[in-house]
Design a protein around this ligand. Sequence first.
Ligand SMILES: CC(C)(COP(=O)(O)OP(=O)(O)OC[C@H]1O[C@@H](n2cnc3c(N)ncnc32)[C@H](O)[C@@H]1OP(=O)(O)O)[C@@H](O)C(=O)NCCC(=O)NCCS
Length: 184
Amino acid sequence: MTKISQNGLEAGLLEVQTERLRLRAPNEGDAADLTRLLDDWNVAKWLARVPHPYQLADAYAFIEYSRAKESSEYDRNFIVVLGSELIGGVGLTGETAGVLELGYWIAREHWGCGYATEAAAGLIGYAETTPGCARLEANYQKDNLASARVLRKLGFRVCGEKSIFSLARNRDVSSTCVFLDLKH
Ligand SMILES: CC(C)(COP(=O)(O)OP(=O)(O)OC[C@H]1O[C@@H](n2cnc3c(N)ncnc32)[C@H](O)[C@@H]1OP(=O)(O)O)[C@@H](O)C(=O)NCCC(=O)NCCS
C-alpha cells in the first residue's frame, strides 16, 4: 500500500512509501550513486534527458534542478530507495498540475523485480492526492518493450506517437505516447 508523508517543515521532504520502496527527494549524497548507475548506455539510451556518458557534474546539476522544483506540489523528482540502496529514479514534470508527465528508470542489476511498476504506482498514488491533477502522460521509445509493459500494467493507454529528442543518442527518436486518467 502507498503511504505519502510530508515529513518535515521544510518543503521538499515529501516521501512516498510503497510496499518495498521509498521515494524521496534527491540530495548531494546521491551524486556518486546516480553517476555510477546512470552512466550505463542500456539505461541512458531509453531516456530523453540523460546524457551519455553521464558525469558527476550531470548528477549535481540534476540534484540542484530537483531542489529548485521542490516547492512545487506536483513537479518533482524522486530517488528510488530499496533498503538503504539507491536503485533508480522516478519523476513527474509539467507546467501546470492538470497533466503531468511520468518518467522513471531502474538500475540494470535490479531490472525484472517489479520495482519500476511499484515506484510508478507510488507516484500515481501521489498524483491522485494532488489537487487539479487529472491525467498522467508518458512517452516511450517504440522498441522499449519493458517500459511499454510497465505502463500497460499500470493501466496507461496509447494515444499517439511523437518524435522526442534523446540527449544520449543526440537525435530525435520515434516514441509512443500513453496516458492515464486519474481517480480522485
Ligand atoms: C523500463 C524499466 C524502468 C523497467 O524496470 P523494471 O523494474 O525491470 O520493470 P518491472 O519489473 O516493474 O516490469 C518490467 C516488465 O517488462 C517486462 N519485460 C522486460 N523486458 C521485456 C521485453 N524485452 N519485452 C517485453 N516485456 C519485457 C517484464 O517481464 C515485466 O513484465 P511482467 O511483470 O509482466 O513480467 C528498466 O528496464 C529501465 O530502467 N530501463 C531504462 C530506462 C527506461 O527505459 N525508462 C523508461 C523510459 S520511458
